[in-house]
Design a protein around this ligand. Structure first.
Ligand code: ARG
Length: 275
């Protein structure tokens, strides 16, 4: 072989080695923790241990689809023109292909509205859900004629007390390998102490995350629920971010601590008034 071909071949071989070394690790951690269940991945469980929920109780609960209508994340209305979601959801699909579906409890219907996204804000510090800052705000084209959630701020500290009963909402499967639910589900999970969450996840950062779940598991959010709301009453305290599997004992769900981002969310959801 002529000498001039050797270096490119070596580069290709090197690239293959790097790919072989990196991809299994990336896939392993993504499927275990932080990957939204995309249009192509139908096998992952979603809300676990929950019940059917009504949009009349939670009109701010919305979901995101790709341009083909496949639901891949949840989100929550925070103003008449914006929804909050997880940063990893906002990054999963190009803004031009993202749709916000509001007012539709059952995916099989054409209830409610489908809006395009005109602007995406992703927390500039976000890198990976396990490192925190998993928050984004999508501005929609048009108006959301549904009651927004109240975004928790510093005055809502008590909503984060250990044992507070919070409700997480999402669209998806009932259990690992179970049938996919086409309708909105909810499950009540208690807020977990920072020390217990730190024991479960060594990257847990109490400044930007909050955990919820039962010591024995059984009830949890799961893949596909990311970006969706964790509420106490109508106050949004968390956004579904990640977990080690779903509903496992000793592995509570991890949520973005919304009160830490209330200023950003307010600023990003004001709409076009005064730029
Ligand atoms: N990262 C998942 C998603 O993108 C959500 C995982 C939540 N997991 C949990 N055990 N609470 O849909």
């Amino acid at each position: 072989m002529p000498a001039k071909y050797r270096r490119p071949l070596l580069l290709v071989a090197g690239a293959l080695l790097v790919t072989a070394a990196v991809v299994p690790i990336a896939v392993g951690s993504a499927s275990a923790q932080d990957e939204p269940s995309g249009p192509a991945s139908g096998a992952q469980p979603r809300i676990v241990g929950g019940d059917e929920a009504s949009l009349s109780d939670h009109p701010y609960a919305v979901y995101l689809t790709d341009s083909g209508g496949n639901q891949y994340c949840g989100a929550v209305i925070v103003s008449s023109s914006a929804v909050a979601t997880a940063a990893h959801c906002a990054k999963a699909i190009a803004a031009s292909d993202t749709r916000v579906v509001a007012g539709r409890q059952d995916k099989r219907t054409d209830d409610g509205i489908v809006l395009a996204v005109s602007k995406v804000w992703i927390d500039p510090d976000f890198t990976d859900p396990t490192k925190g800052d998993d928050i984004a705000v999508l501005t929609v084209r048009g108006q959301l004629p549904y009651r927004p959630a109240k975004v928790a701020d510093a005055s809502d500290r008590s909503s984060y007390d250990t044992g507070t009963q919070a409700t997480v909402l999402g669209w998806g499967r009932l259990s690992d390998g179970g049938a996919r639910s086409d309708t909105l589900r909810s499950v009540v999970v208690p807020v977990v102490s920072d020390s217990a969450c730190k024991t479960a996840y060594d990257t847990y950062d109490p400044a930007s995350m909050v955990c919820a779940g039962y010591p024995d598991g059984g009830k949890d959010a799961c893949q596909g629920d990311s970006g969706g709301p964790l509420v106490v009453g109508d106050t949004l305290i968390g956004v579904v971010s990640f977990g080690d599997g779903c509903a496992k004992a000793g592995k509570p769900g991890v949520y973005t601590r919304v009160s830490a981002f209330s200023d950003d969310i307010a600023q990003q959801s004001q709409g076009r008034i005064l730029g």
